[in-house]
Design a binder for this molecule. Structure first.
Ligand code: 2AM
Length: 490
């Protein structure tokens, strides 16, 4: 049979199936394959019935149906299965053929795999795909990186199936070499953790402080979704708050408050430590999930550890004060979100430098603008900021965001202060504010810290009245010697 398929896709879990159907909708001929081959038959007989999708029952059969250069995309569990499929594929492929990993792989694995696959004369792409099942079916955000020579061969398919914004611009652009695509997807997920935590903190203050019902909060989120906070996550939170259980009561109130995680937020935070970049809000979001998981301990502690009564009856009783406070909460969420994205972009800039990627920051905002979980109106503003100044050091220094934070900051401070006084935990709101205040401080107390380090470990310090790069040591006690430490670092 004449090979006529455009692309093969391995991995028929729901994301894989939906991407295949999406490709089919756009006129591409796809060959489907899965480790458990009965899933191929099930898929062809059900979801893919009436489409042009082809099935294969072996890697050899799958490859034999592909046009050249052959394009094989994997959507399988991250980790060993990806390496195993690469090894199974290599003997069947020829120079110039392309292996694509569309799963949630760690970017360092993608770096390693690209080198390995290229050493066999093949090309490799590691791509982030975000948008969940619905996104995969109707148009995800796609963040490809890897062998640059592979991009022209996958561009048409990827851009055709991706989400579109602003009159048809695809939410898919080349990100960069090696694991850059998976890296950007990882940061996307870290930002997603932060956005979700921020929404939960806003919800918690309205619930515990103002005593609002799920229905009341549904209205607030509906209103917020019409303004600067317009985003997928606000929209689904609005809808979640309206959802009733079988007994007519809000379902959200019956869900156990222990969060799970699959690890991409954690990876982002671990990488930020390696690069020395303070993504404090995402870190708080990851840790908040960890705290939530300590349910039994928290229940025990709640009867032992004292704190103020969280209720805000005076504010809740006055319609004007209540709506002003809700506006403050909106401002706290918005300003914190700006800080979170600024931190995410700081991390990507540092990564680009460290790993020698030429990242297009406006392009990344555009890719996230539609299709993915963090899609929002706000990302359009980030794109504008980087389009007008691609070398922008920090999003917080962009004129538009300077102005937005100026408008939001009184409310933000009021919410963080009120929450602290009433014992309502707002780790993400408050870490964002602390970062903002640190970042805008020309002088921080690290002078004392350096003195401490020099005191106990002779680590030396620089002086404000001497040029940078000259290091001084003081014999603080009169007992130690005058020798500075160069090897011992605490
Ligand atoms: P399966 O249907 O044969 O389990 C998501 O789990 C996808 O990853 C599925 O297509 C699944 O195949 C595949 N997958 C999971 N673990 C795998 C493994 N160890 N080897 C190959 N494929 C695997």
């Amino acid at each position: 049979m004449e090979p006529n398929a455009d692309i093969a896709l391995i991995g028929l879990a729901v994301m894989g199936q939906n991407l295949i159907l999406n490709m089919d909708d756009h006129g591409f001929t796809v060959v489907a394959y899965n480790r458990s081959t009965e899933k191929v038959d099930q898929f062809l007989a059900n979801e893919a019935k009436g489409t042009k999708v082809l099935g294969a029952h072996s890697i050899a059969e799958m490859v034999s149906r592909l046009k050249r250069p052959r394009r094989v995309m994997m959507l399988v569990k991250a980790g060993k299965p990806v390496d195993e499929f690469i090894d199974q594929l290599i003997p069947h492929l020829e120079p110039g053929d392309i292996i694509i990993d569309g799963g949630n792989s760690l970017f360092e694995d993608t770096n390693r795999r690209q080198k390995y696959v290229e050493s066999k004369g093949l090309l490799y792409i590691g791509t982030g795909v975000s948008g969940g099942e619905e996104g995969a079916r109707r148009g995800p955000s796609i963040m490809p990186g890897g062998s640059p020579a592979a991009w022209p061969h996958v561009k048409d398919i990827f851009q055709a199936i991706s989400a579109k914004v602003e009159g048809g611009t695809p939410c898919c652009e080349w990100v960069g070499e090696m694991g850059a695509g998976h890296y950007v997807k990882m940061v996307h997920n870290g930002i997603e953790y932060g956005d979700m935590q921020l929404i939960c903190e806003a919800y918690n203050i309205m619930k515990t402080g103002l005593g609002m019902s799920a229905d009341d909060m549904h209205e607030v989120f509906a209103e917020w979704n019409r303004g600067d906070l317009d985003s997928y996550l606000i929209e689904i939170s609005r809808d979640i708050l309206a959802k009733k259980d079988a007994d007519g009561l809000p379902l959200v109130d019956k869900i156990l408050d222990t969060a799970g995680q699959k690890g991409t937020g954690k990876w982002t935070v671990i990488n930020s430590q390696d690069l020395g970049i303070p993504i404090t809000l995402m870190a708080e979001a990851v840790y908040s999930r960890c705290v939530s998981a300590l349910k039994d301990e928290r229940v025990q502690a709640s009867s032992m550890l004292e704190g103020p009564n969280p209720a805000l009856p005076d504010i809740a009783a006055s319609p004007e004060r209540k709506s002003a406070f809700i506006e403050d909460i909106r401002n706290a969420l918005y300003a914190s979100k700006i800080v979170s994205y600024a931190q995410g972009y700081m991390l990507m800039r540092a990564a680009a430098k460290e790993y020698q990627w030429n990242l297009n920051y406006g392009g990344i905002a555009l890719m996230w603008r539609g299709g993915c979980i963090i899609r929002s109106r706000f990302l359009g503003k980030i794109k504008e900021a980087y389009d007008s100044n691609p070398a922008l050091t920090n999003l917080l220094l962009d004129d538009y965001f300077v102005g937005e934070i100026r408008k939001a900051q009184d409310g933000w401070r009021n919410v963080v202060a009120t929450a602290a006084l009433k014992g309502i935990p707002v780790p993400a709101f408050s870490t964002a504010l602390a970062f903002y205040d640190q970042y805008r401080s020309g002088v921080l107390p690290a002078n004392l810290l350096q003195a401490q380090r020099d005191y106990f470990g002779a680590h030396t310090y620089e002086r404000i009245d001497q040029p940078r790069g000259q290091f001084f040591h003081t014999n603080w006690t009169g007992k130690g010697g005058a020798t500075a430490s160069s090897t011992y670092n605490v």
